[in-house]
Design a protein around this ligand. Structure first.
Ligand SMILES: [Zn+2]
Length: 223
């Protein structure tokens, strides 16, 4: 029997052979980076919402949202830490436009959230839906984790779990394993390294972890 593949909820690299990945595309990368049978998220990132090209890029997101290979709208969201990007109010507007696109297309969202968890929670309350929101690179505490999970969000953990002083490291073992995903994002880490580390952190067998995350992945991305 072929063993279950690793699943990678969020990466910017081309999909690797040993993992099933959701590869993130910025709107202007579509369809150039698309390969047959790949899975993608597409969205206008808060870093790129400059107020000038937004309409064109949002139209592109809307236009491809129903494509079968586009399994999520993202990454989209809020960032309070990055300098030189759109002001927070503008970020919220661009985010909310894409929430509507995702809801109309019945797709989940992949969310980038930096130092804006309380606003994210309020926005989720304003847009309740059956579509899951995948909080990528989750980096907050257990209370925020559980608040988000209670609002039909799931949490995707990446390299910050390797850092013993990071909140992600202490939060991950305390939350429901059926609400988590794993991701490599912009790093060159192999999914294997991340899974091996997380299996140890959760004190479970790596194959068991793979199976659980695989089934979460299929459920959340509606595969
Ligand atoms: Zn990313």
């Amino acid at each position: 029997m072929e063993s279950i593949k690793f699943t990678n909820a969020h990466t910017h690299q081309a999909s690797s052979r040993d993992a099933v990945s959701v590869v993130n595309l910025f709107p202007d990368e579509y369809p150039y980076r698309l390969i047959e049978s790949g899975l993608y998220s597409i969205g206008l990132h808060p870093w790129h919402a400059d107020g000038e090209t937004d309409e064109e890029l949002l139209a592109k997101v809307e236009q491809v949202a129903r494509n079968e290979q586009v399994v999520a709208i993202g990454e989209v969201g809020l960032d309070r830490a990055k300098k030189g990007i759109a002001n927070f109010q503008h970020q919220i507007e661009v985010f909310e436009r894409q929430i509507e696109i995702a809801q109309n297309a019945k797709k989940p969202l992949v969310i980038h959230c930096v130092k804006a968890y309380s606003e994210l929670i309020s926005i989720r309350k304003k847009f309740p839906s059956n579509e899951v929101w995948v909080i990528h690179g989750f980096a907050a505490n257990q209370t925020i984790a559980n608040n988000l999970i209670g609002l039909n969000c799931v949490l995707s953990f990446g390299i910050s779990v390797f850092n013993r002083n990071a909140k992600a490291h202490s939060t991950l073992p305390k939350i429901d394993i059926n609400k988590i995903l794993l991701e490599t994002d912009e790093t060159d880490f192999l999914p294997y390294d991340l899974y091996r580390y997380v299996a140890e952190l959760l004190n479970i067998n790596i194959n068991e972890l793979k199976e659980i995350i695989h089934s979460n992945f299929e459920k959340f991305f509606k595969l």
